[in-house]
Design a protein around this ligand. Structure first.
Ligand code: NAD
Ligand code: DAU
Length: 352
């Protein structure tokens, strides 16, 4: 990896991945971060990297749906490796408005694959970052493995499933060197507060309602974001071309339990204390349509074949995450007020 194109690098996982590569690994090459800076892309997530790593970190504002914008980047920056995070990522938004999900997640991925095919001679790897949601919903028992059949239930997961199939097809048909990873729910620093954990932390800090969908007993399998980053790096370094790898932390948890843990943690550490327990802010609200009941990942393959193991337990990861939000109130304020979006508008003109 000498010239790595990271798409969606200004979002939650992408920004953690870029920082992880530059600061915590033996990666010596150059990163080109291609991001459209939608509402979920925040330059503040990577502030200062251009100065700390001159010439090794470059930011380009572009839309993967525009072939004209992205094709020259492959040529000009001599891209040899792609790590593709860019996506519309929030299930609730996909239910309200699926169109952007179809465009970015399917057409955008197709455009990147076409660029990689065009510059095939340079390309050593196209890594596609995907989700466990492509497998649908589990009953009480069982785990998703790499051979579980696809059964996506939301426009988001259907668009990600579609992109996975395209990536696989480019391996089979064009012999493009690809890998795919399907990961469970991530949490950690810089996650946009539309997702469960940051939303609950931020609402609990401001003592506002904590919305829990349905009966709160839906189960997700949580992984600390840095563990996801280390798994992706390992797949990129050592994964077999054409293969998919499931990534998960073996941390199944009901939503309501997570909300309670966050309430209790903040009750015990926050000053001034609330006059009542934060659990009293919990409000059961209308369920998400088509809400998947349970996700759980079997990550035996990546553990056995590549030797990957997560470093954080749910307890240590959640504590680190809550502490990060407590210590970064400025980031929260900018995200909540949309201040970073005005900065983007000033820097780059109105959103594209
Ligand atoms: P995110 O929403 O925080 O970030 C997405 C990034 O993509 C943003 O920076 C956004 O500006 C950018 N983007 C969106 N549309 C674009 C376009 N058309 N062109 C260029 N850039 C565009 O998402 P995330 O949670 O960091 O997820 C990153 C990837 O990981 C996604 O592909 C998602 O499906 C996958 N994933 C996420 C999780 C999770 O728990 N968050 C778990 C498994 C897999
Ligand atoms: O499984 C991987 C997926 O995890 C990723 O592919 C997605 O990009 C990511 O957004 C995430 O999807 P979820 O839908 O599982 O995440 P979310 O944080 O939106 O919701 C987690 C659970 O919490 C889910 O069961 C719905 C519930 N929930 C969510 C919100 C935002 C609530 O009960 N209340 C809420 O306010």
């Amino acid at each position: 990896m000498e010239n790595l194109l990271v798409t969606g690098g200004s979002g939650f996982i992408g920004s953690n991945f870029i920082r992880y590569l530059l600061k915590d690994t033996d990666f010596k090459g150059r990163i080109v971060n291609l991001d459209k800076l939608t509402y979920a892309g925040n330059p503040e997530n990577l502030v200062g990297l251009e100065e700390i790593f001159p010439g090794r970190y470059i930011f380009i504002k572009a839309d993967i749906c525009s072939m004209d914008a992205i094709e020259p980047l492959f040529r000009d920056y001599k891209i040899d490796t792609v790590c593709h995070f860019a996506a519309e990522s929030h299930v609730d938004r996909s239910i309200v408005g699926p169109s952007d999900f179809i465009q970015t997640n399917i057409i955008g991925t197709f455009n990147l694959l076409e660029c990689a095919r065009k510059y095939r001679d340079n390309i050593r790897l196209f890594h596609h970052v995907s989700t466990d949601e492509v497998f649908g919903s589990l009953g009480k028992d069982g785990l998703f493995t790499e051979t579980t059949s696809y059964k996506p239930n939301s426009p988001y997961s259907a668009s990600k499933a579609s992109s996975d199939h395209l990536v696989r097809a480019y391996f089979k048909t064009y012999n493009l060197p690809v890998t795919i990873s399907n990961c469970s729910n991530n949490y950690g620093p810089y996650q946009f507060p539309e997702k469960l954990i940051p939303l609950i932390i931020i609402n609990a800090l401001s003592e506002t309602e904590l919305p829990v969908y349905g009966d709160g007993k839906n189960v997700r399998d949580w992984l600390y974001v840095k563990d996801h980053c280390s798994a992706i790096k390992m797949v990129m370094d050592r994964g077999k071309r054409g293969e998919t790898y499931n990534i998960g932390g073996n941390n199944e948890m009901e939503n309501i339990r997570i909300v309670e843990l966050i309430c209790d943690y903040l009750d015990n550490c926050e000053r001034p204390k609330m006059h009542k327990s934060r659990r009293e802010l919990i409000t059961f609200v209308k369920d998400r349509p088509g809400h998947d009941r349970r996700y759980a990942i079997d990550s035996t393959k990546i553990q056995r074949e590549l030797g990957w193991h997560p470093s954080e337990s749910f307890e240590t990861g959640l504590e680190k995450t809550i502490r990060w939000y407590l210590e970064n109130r400025g980031w929260i304020d900018h995200v909540k007020s949309g201040e970073y979006q005005s900065w983007i508008d000033k820097q780059y003109g109105k959103s594209i």
